[in-house]
Design a protein around this ligand. Structure first.
Ligand code: AQP
Length: 328
């Protein structure tokens, strides 16, 4: 039987963090041999907010390298850079022409990000979810494994696909989001009411995948807790709950077992054990990253192969769309 297809993307807007890993990448790795997968560094999405060109160039390679280092395999998965496959921008334009502005005005991520940027906000940021819909629809995607913050965008993608199919006939597969039952929203360390993120100004909030052991220990040590001194899962106690959830995700232990283990122990003990667990998890990933980026051209060759494989599928889909619309 033919395997179903998975697509997911990741921005090159900064260093990858534990939230990206636990909410998205780790699940991509775990699921990859059940599906045909397309994993994309979405650099065209990244430029919807201002970027320094040389930093961006470095970030794009770093993100791609980290995907392979985390365990994405070329045999099961196509890894590529979005701007290397032109069909993404072309399909985005065509989808723009059938997407009502009102649908985009409802996107909460745009509301949040445009609030920070005020009148500097770009048309591209507003249009971000349509480009994302193009990414997903080009590959006849069935499943989109993402963190919780992307749920609304995947639903919008489905609506756009339905609207297109209704107007022009069945062209697009309707995708579903896959959000992990735990880890879909890893919170910041210092501000556990907000999600962990790549933003530079929140450096202490995020554990980056290439952080050194000392940086990890220092960040976990500074994580916000509370005055209750009780180590228990409780969604209302954001800080402790987040630390325990990350510990649970990394150790694979059940909540009751974890609570038992920490009975009578202090927040300091929890933080120390958590920091060591994070360090142990990231160490092999960091080693693989150094190996595969240490050899000249190795990563670039993998990405060139990925773009070629992605293009073969995407171009075919794009031609179907042009044809249906009456442009070919
Ligand atoms: N905190 C998180 N917890 C769980 N999953 C998360 N994801 C992102 N943050 C968390 C998931 O990671 C994948 C890639 O998302 P992205 O490239 O949009 O990453 P970002 O960290 O959200 O980056 P931004 O938007 O550039 O930065 P900020 O947050 O600073 O505005 C997605 O599947 C996402 O759900």
């Amino acid at each position: 039987m033919d395997k179903k297809r998975v697509f997911s993307g990741i921005q090159a807007s900064g260093n990858l963090h534990l939230g990206n890993y636990l909410g998205a990448i780790r699940n991509w790795v775990k699921m990859q041999n059940q599906y045909h997968n397309y994993f994309c560094v979405v650099d065209l999405h990244t430029v919807t907010v201002p970027q320094d060109p040389s930093v961006l160039r470095t970030n794009i390679r770093e993100v791609a390298g980290l995907l392979f280092a985390a365990g994405i395999e070329e045999e099961d998965s196509v890894v590529f850079i979005q701007s290397h496959v032109r069909a993404h921008s072309e399909l985005a334009w065509l989808l723009n022409c059938i997407t009502p502005m009102g649908w985009l005005h409802r996107m909460t991520q745009f509301k949040e990000k445009s609030e920070q940027q005020k009148e500097e906000v770009s048309v591209g940021l507003f249009d971000y979810p349509v480009l994302q819909a193009a990414d997903i629809l080009l590959y006849d995607t069935h499943l989109v494994p993402v963190g919780e913050d992307q749920k609304q965008h995947v639903e919008l993608c489905r609506d756009i696909a339905q609207r297109f199919n209704y107007r022009y006939g069945d062209v697009f597969v309707l995708p579903d989001a896959y959000i992990p039952p735990i880890g879909g929203r890893v919170m910041g360390l210092v501000n556990p009411e907000k999600k962990m993120s790549k933003s530079e100004e929140k450096r202490d909030d995020s554990i980056f995948l290439l952080d050194t052991p000392d940086q990890i220990r220092s960040k976990v040590k500074k994580a916000t807790t509370d005055s209750l001194r009780e180590i228990r899962f409780d969604e209302k106690r954001y800080g402790i709950n987040n630390l325990l959830t990350v510990y649970q995700l990394l150790t694979g232990k059940e909540p009751a077992e974890i609570e038992n283990h920490f009975t009578g122990k202090s927040y300091k003990d929890l933080k120390e054990q958590l920091a060591e667990t994070v360090i142990e998890t990231l160490q092999p990933l960091q080693e693989r990253y150094r190996e595969l980026t240490g050899e000249d051209g190795y990563l670039d060759d993998m990405l060139a192969r990925g773009a070629e494989r992605a293009e073969a599928h995407a171009e075919n889909k794009l031609q179907q769309v042009y044809n249906k619309i009456g442009l070919r």
